[in-house]
Structures are given as C-alpha cells and as structure tokens.
Design a protein around this ligand. Structure first.
Ligand SMILES: [Zn+2]
Length: 298
C-alpha cells in the first residue's frame, strides 16, 4: 500500500507528476543487441501508417527504452501483437486482467478485497489496478526487467494521468481494424467447451474500395476433436459487440488524444491477419532488422 499512498498523494499534487515519473523508474533496453542499441523509429518507417508516428528518442544510455502501451478495441488482437513483440524484445507483456487474476489466485494482500469486488460484479477501481501495476513494475525492476508492454491499460484518461505519475511511457501503439472486419471477427469467435481453446470461424474477405485494399483474414478453425464442442460467448452478439465498440470508442478517444498531444501515439491500421500485419507492424516500429537477426541466430 505504501507505493499506492505515495503515488496517490503525488497524483493529487499534479504539478509533481512530471518530476516523480522521471525519478521513479527508468528502464532502458540495452541488452537486446551486442551494441546495446535498437534502431530508432524514423519518420520514413512510420510513413506506411496514415499518421506518422512519434520519433522515439534514445535515452541517456544510447539504447532505446521499451515502455510501451498497446491500445485497441476489444477483438482487434492487441493481446496477440503485444505478446509477439514482448517475446521479440525480451520484455514482459503485462495485461491488467492477468494482474487481477494473478493476485486472486496467489492470495496476495489485495486478494480478499478484490475477490469481494469481483463477486459483487463491481468494477475494480483505478487505484487498485494502479497499485497492482506499480507492484508488478517494481518487482520486474528488481528482477532486472528492461521494460514492459502494457496491454489494455490505460483505458480512461484518468488512468492515463495516474499512470504518467508512476512511469514514463515512451510509445503508445494504437491498433485499428476496419469496423466491418472487427465485427465479423468478434461474431466468429468460438471457444471449445472442453479444452478452452479459442478459434474463429469467420472468413473475412472485404473488397477494396475508396483506395483501401482488399482485406482477407482466414478463419482459425479448430482441430477435429474440438469441432463438435464449440460454443459462442453469450455476449458475442451483434448488438452487444456494437455496444462494446461504441463504449470503447467513447472512452478511448480522449486517451488517444492524451498521448497524441505528447507525441507518443503511433496509429497502426491492421491491413489483415497476422501474416500480413506482423511484418508491417515491425516495419512501422523499425524493428524488422531485429527480427531478421533473431531468426538468423535461431
Ligand atoms: Zn477442445
């Protein structure tokens, strides 16, 4: 709780946020390559996306810090891309859902309070989430972790402001997918009732129009032994999905603006499925060299 109390009192004194964030934590990625340097995101690399992204400046050690946030509406696949980047860059992929589940299952100091909130169907407060996150970041720092990729946080402008008092975020990747593709993807989701496997039966093939290219995303079909056991989540109906997207857009727009005004937002329009999108995302982040080196070394 000490961290949280310190944090919240700092946040109330908003003028202190800047200096606090600079002194609390500096991660830098200086172990990923022999020379301790990662390429910088350059304007030319980011030009493949509609809005040129921010230029990530080298930190004092000359390496590039990876304290990144993934934004994107439910179903866009941000968890998948965040997980891939985290393994490529050797930094943890931290989702607040996982933090809550971990706290509950590990019977940590907050677990009984959390259990109560979850059982009553209430929303977990920003303070509690930030408390869990600060502890996770502190533990990671103690273990020598060189950065992180946050997935699904911050969701609101208030969370973004509090987060700014805890740590420096250097890049925010906003993943976007055309609404019709997103809707089809969400409606095509299936879960195996036996093994819990996630599949998608939607075959998305949207013809190009008004300058946008054709978009093809193949289905992710289950293996034969799961086929007869597929279920659809009860909230994956068109009405509910559309409402979820509407709420997300309403809440996230100010968060996007918050990071855009700080020059940290990289907009990325997903051109299709993973095979098509992954190399383009790496190029936009100027990381394609890194993956080539890694696959040569493997
Ligand atoms: Zn199964």
């Amino acid at each position: 709780m000490a961290v949280l109390n310190r944090l919240m009192s700092r946040c109330r004194a908003s003028s202190l946020i800047g200096s606090y964030s600079n002194s609390v934590r500096r991660y830098c990625l200086n172990t990923i390559e022999g020379d301790g340097k990662l390429p910088l995101v350059s304007p030319s690399a980011a030009s493949s996306v509609p809005h040129p992204g921010p230029i990530v400046k080298p930190n004092s050690t000359g390496g590039r810090s990876v304290q990144w946030v993934f934004l994107g509406c439910p179903g866009v696949g941000k968890g998948t891309y965040a997980a891939r980047l985290s393994s490529l860059l050797g930094v943890p992929h931290i989702s607040t859902g996982d933090l809550v589940r971990h706290e509950l299952s590990s019977h940590g100091p907050l677990s009984s309070k959390l259990g109560e909130i979850v059982n009553q169907g209430k929303l977990i407060s920003d303070e509690t989430i930030i408390d869990l996150l600060s502890k996770r970041l502190e533990a990671g720092e103690a273990k020598g972790e060189s950065g992180f990729i946050l997935d699904g946080f911050p969701r609101t402008i208030r969370q973004a402001e509090i987060l700014e008092g805890v740590t420096n975020i250097d890049l925010v990747i906003n993943l976007k997918l055309r609404e019709e593709a997103l809707l089809a993807k969400c409606l095509g989701r299936r879960i195996c009732s036996e093994c819990g496997g996630n599949y998608n039966v939607a075959c998305i093939d949207i013809e190009g129009e008004n300058g946008s290219p054709r978009m093809y995303m193949p289905p992710l079909l289950p293996p034969p032994n799961c086929e007869s056991k597929l279920i659809t989540r009860s909230d994956d109906t068109e009405e509910v999905v559309k409402e979820r997207l509407r709420i997300y857009n309403e809440m996230s727009r100010p968060v996007e603006e918050f990071y855009r005004s700080r020059g940290k937002l990289l907009e990325f329009d997903l051109p299709g499925g993973i095979p098509e999108s992954w190399p383009k995302l790496l190029r936009a982040l100027n990381l394609d060299d890194l993956e080539d080196k890694k696959s040569l070394a493997a």
